[in-house]
Design a protein around this ligand. Structure first.
Ligand code: 3NM
Length: 216
């Protein structure tokens, strides 16, 4: 179930929508075939407080109507308040909570953890992650503090190291770059700008889905 949901994972918040209404962008992406969504309200002019919660609620409703998982980035309190299907935490985010505490708080929900190399992926498994986000696959302008590009090869390394947990690649992924990520052993691709900044988010998501169809 989770492996299939990770196929086309849209990550997004209002700063990624180029001034467009985030719910409209999300609805288009859903029509184009995204399979999971992460609410990541980070970056310049990110909403805070009640505005942040309200937008999350609106985006959660889009996901509920479509029957796709709604995940919250990095904020356990918001995830619980929004009754999200899961939480995603980065390496930097985890410092605030012990792994055991994080797993306890997210019990019954999906827990995603970011990893950039085999050691971090092993640690994520130990911490009880349900899936691992691996990046950056390619150069990305969306996350200014992204690590150096790892390339799809790091996913192949994780698989060779015996990591069997669902893996999703992230960072600079376009439809053209998605195939290499999947062929390296990922279950899916996580995308911000290639969908949220596309002139037509429906079409952008469809182009990613086409990559799966072409592999069949
Ligand atoms: N995490 P885009 S790269 C949120 O490497 C995020 O862990 C990354 O945005 C990681 O699809 C990244 O626009 C940004 O490149 C992804």
């Amino acid at each position: 179930m989770l492996r299939a949901a990770l196929h086309l994972y849209l990550v997004m918040g209002s700063p990624n929508c180029g001034g467009r209404c985030p719910a409209a962008v999300l609805d288009e992406a859903i029509r184009g075939g995204i399979t999971m969504f992460q609410y990541r309200e980070k970056g310049p002019h990110a909403r805070e407080g009640i505005a942040r919660t309200e937008l999350g609620r609106e985006l959660r409703e889009c996901c509920r109507r479509a029957g796709i998982p709604f995940i919250v980035n990095d904020d356990i309190r918001l995830a619980l308040e929004l009754e999200a299907d899961g939480l995603h935490v980065g390496q930097e985010d985890q410092a605030q909570q012990s792994a055991a505490e994080l797993r306890r708080l997210t019990r019954g929900r999906i827990l995603g953890i970011s990893a950039h190399n085999v050691a971090e992926a092993r640690e994520a498994v130990r911490q009880g992650a349900d899936y691992i986000g691996v990046g950056p696959m390619y150069a990305t302008a969306t996350k200014p503090d992204a690590r150096r590009v790892q390339g799809p090869g790091v996913i192949a390394e994780m698989r060779s190291a015996g990591i069997s947990l669902p893996l999703v690649g992230i960072g600079g992924i376009t439809p053209a770059g998605a195939r290499a990520v999947l062929e390296a052993g990922a279950d899916g691709v996580a995308v911000i700008s290639a969908i949220s900044q596309a002139p037509d988010a429906v079409r952008a998501a469809e182009l990613f889905q086409q990559v799966y169809k072409n592999r069949e």
